[in-house]
Design a protein around this ligand. Structure first.
Ligand code: UD1
Length: 417
């Protein structure tokens, strides 16, 4: 099984192009199911998760394939199979996003429950609450959710908590419902806004995405579109964190800095100098890394998907930092691995108390989930000696050509089979 070997090699320096957003792309791909037509996505990242979604769409009867290095075509006119099987859904939770579009367009769907996940219990009750409110009958059958409805009807739905995929799933379904749907306490993440933009061009009638109240007026049908996926804000944040951890100077291009504000704010508080342009961010390190307090929260708060990478930076700060995880339970699996590298971290409930050390030491470590593995690579880049990260399939789920991109910045990083 592949391993990534990182050897601390001094400050990272240079510019790097960010790939398209994984999370945006997955939802956009699912939305193509809403129209009996062909949609084309460009700037799609070449990732395991994107391949998993292509496989699922193909299993549903769509023609879904790569048509260029970063271009995907999804022709959903031929969809005939309304079941998303366990073997495909278990590979990736975002597969559950096909339920809303299938139910809205065909009046029935059977999708495996995504089940548990390494980063805590992640239920889909809010998705289901939304579909039920839209008039769908739901049945849980042998690990599958079976949803049926003759035609969905608009409704007023207040989510009990902030859920990105839940908001997206119900928003997609409501586009083809009869009448008006109001989503309250909707997620405000850029990926929700981007999905809304694609839906609007597909012919949907909706407003309010980006606020916590989205209003959708159902239409009879939607059409296929061409859409360019925006740059990945988490990949950008990860590369900037690597720049700071190594005391380097890194520019990321191809991402809207407005999506990264809370991340940039924390990197600044850590002592980085940050300059933004409309399409990128430049980070320079000066002086020691400063300790900070950070609490993860839904957008526009600090993203949970950047927590492990920032923690890796903070292991090298002067003084004590507190990292509090409020979005997911059990998202500290990188902590024991960072400790193996000499980090001084004490866990207490939902908080990690990180006391900066002068130097991390390379060690064999294990990637436990996607962002945890990114945190370990950030730490490895700043450590003395070799860090061998195993189970790198996690990183391939969400980072395209990560070694190549980091090597372009001067990192000593390679993959071993
Ligand atoms: C998405 C992102 C993921 C990111 C997360 C939070 C994708 C593919 N993934 O995941 O990278 O870490 O947002 O920003 O876009 N919850 C419930 N019931 C539900 C739904 C969610 O209790 O029905 C809980 C979850 O367990 C979690 C919290 O709500 O504690 C937030 O989850 P959610 O925003 O739904 O995450 P995802 O959309 O799955």
């Amino acid at each position: 099984m592949d391993r990534i070997v990182v050897r601390g090699n001094g400050p990272l320096r240079g510019a790097v192009e960010v790939s398209g957003s994984k999370n945006a792309a997955l939802a956009l791909m699912a939305s193509a199911l809403l129209a009996p037509a062909e949609s084309q996505l460009t700037n799609v990242p070449r990732l395991r998760d994107v391949n998993a979604m292509l496989e699922l769409l193909t299993a549903l009867g769509a023609r879904a394939e790569w048509t260029g290095p970063h271009e995907v075509v999804i022709d959903a006119s031929s969809v005939g199979e309304l079941e998303a099987p366990y073997e495909l859904v278990r590979k990736m939770r975002a597969s559950f996003l096909v339920l809303g579009p299938l139910l809205a367009r065909f009046g029935s769907a059977r999708v495996s429950e995504p089940g548990g996940c390494a980063i805590g219990v992640r239920p889909v009750d809010q998705h289901l609450k939304g579909f039920e409110a839209l008039g769908s009958k739901l049945r849980l059958d042998h690990g599958y959710v079976e949803a049926t409805a003759t035609r969905l009807r608009g409704a007023s739905i207040a989510f009990d908590l902030n859920t990105v995929n839940g908001t997206q799933n119900v928003m997609m379904a409501a586009c083809l419902a009869e009448g008006e749907t109001v989503l309250e306490n909707a997620a405000r993440e850029p990926e929700v806004v981007e999905l809304a933009e694609m839906l609007l061009r597909m012919g949907a009638d909706l407003s309010g995405a980006g606020s916590d109240r989205i209003v959708i007026r159902g239409v009879e049908s939607l059409r296929g579109v061409r859409h360019r996926v925006s740059g990945d804000r988490i990949e950008a944040g990860t590369l900037l964190a690597a720049g700071l951890a190594t005391r380097g100077e890194v520019s990321v291009e191809g991402v809207d800095p407005a999506f990264l504000e809370s991340t940039l704010e924390k990197l600044r508080a850590c002592g980085a100098t940050i300059e933004t342009s409309p399409t990128g961010v430049r980070l320079a390190s000066e002086g020691p890394i400063k300790a900070v307090r950070v609490v993860t929260a839904p957008f526009p708060g600090f993203p949970t998907d950047m927590q492990a990478q920032l923690m890796a930076v903070l292991t090298l700060a002067q003084g004590s930092s507190v990292v509090t995880e409020r979005v997911f339970e059990n998202r500290f699996m990188h902590v024991p691995e960072l400790q193996r590298m000499g980090a001084d971290i004490a866990l207490s409930g939902r908080s990690a108390h990180v006391t900066g050390v002068r130097q991390l030491m390379g060690a064999p470590v294990m990637a436990t989930d996607l962002r945890a593995s990114a945190g370990l690579i950030v730490a490895g880049l700043a450590a003395e000696g070799d860090t061998v990260v195993s189970r790198v399939y996690h990183i391939d789920r969400g980072y395209e050509r990560i070694e190549e991109k980091l090597r372009g910045l001067g990192a000593d990083i390679r993959r071993e089979g």
